[in-house]
Write a protein that binds this ligand. Structure first.
Ligand code: ASP
Length: 289
């Protein structure tokens, strides 16, 4: 008998309280609620965690509501620089890219890189893979910077998915425009396997959001997985420990985590995190603040 699938999505952690009354919060919640339902139906129908994770992240990249894909805002040199990564838990193959400028869907290119002999590519070399990956090439006019309603904290809006399918495969995927007004050339945790993204069929999967430097310094994603694996901790306990470490260092953000049983945790230490999940028992959560 197949496994009961589970899925969790995030649209970034940050100071969402600033957006109360702008209409953006309900709009994002509606999108995430619909998305998690549609993706769950696909999983029940037998679709793979890989296809579902890519599809979910692409919708969030395209919608312009989050700081990823279309919603990415320019760096200090005036150019958008996007990072993304994806990891397959069956054999821990992974693909990642950093500082991409012209990719409509960075996650699709990350998935293409996952099928090659390298794990990570940066800059023009990542952009150059668009055609091979079946990814549209876009120009600077495509982007709708999402920081148009006031000051954000310098981090929010990365998107991510963690998915367990009915075959027992687990995938994590994350995509971002980086921290807002980031320094040109700066690379955060999102494309770093083990910090922003991690998946292992034997344990679970993690996708992070927040000030990437702290997630890099704590190897956040892989250490959450290690706690689940070696200490037998549940997703919530494991992720809260690492989030507390991040907070003690002065960092903030959040993560979505699921384990191989389809249990889900979505902790954050900001005023909000766009999130949606359906766990293996069918419990559905959609939230932001
Ligand atoms: N973690 C991302 C980065 O540091 C930003 C975010 O999640 O908002 O690039």
């Amino acid at each position: 008998m197949g496994k009961q699938p589970a899925i969790a999505l995030h649209g970034g952690a940050g100071d969402l309280a600033r957006y109360t009354g702008t209409g953006r919060v309900p709009e994002a919640e509606t999108l995430m609620g619909d998305l998690v339902d549609r993706m769950h139906v696909r999983l029940i129908a037998g679709d793979s965690a890989l296809d579902v994770a890519i599809a979910a992240v692409e919708v969030m990249e395209d919608c312009g509501l989050f700081h990823a894909g279309r919603g990415s805002s320019p760096t200090t040199n005036g150019r958008v620089e996007m990072d993304a990564s994806i990891m397959h838990g069956r054999d821990r193959r992974a693909g990642a890219l950093a500082v991409a400028h012209t990719l409509k869907n960075p996650i699709r290119v990350a998935a293409h890189i996952m099928g090659s002999s390298v794990v990570m590519l940066a800059g023009e070399e990542a952009d150059a893979l668009a055609q091979d990956a079946g990814c549209e090439v876009i120009g600077p006019d495509y982007f709708l910077p999402c920081d148009d309603v006031g000051a954000w904290l310098p981090s929010s809006g990365t998107v991510g998915a963690v998915v367990l399918d009915s075959h027992g495969d687990i995938v994590a995927a994350t995509s971002t425009g980086g921290t807002l007004r980031k320094r040109a050339g700066r690379i955060g945790d999102t494309p770093v396997i083990g910090s922003g993204t991690y998946a292992d069929n034997a344990v679970g999967a993690v996708s992070c959001t927040g000030v990437g430097e702290y997630f890099l310094r704590t190897s956040a994603a892989s250490r959450i997985i290690s706690r689940m694996q070696y200490l037998n901790e549940e997703p919530l306990a494991a992720s809260m420990t690492i989030l507390s470490e991040i907070e003690a260092l002065g960092g903030f953000g959040g993560m979505i985590v699921l384990d191989r049983h389809g249990r889900v945790a979505m902790p954050y230490n900001t005023t909000g995190m766009y999130r949606a999940s359906i766990d293996a028992d069918g419990n559905r959560i959609v939230g932001s603040i």
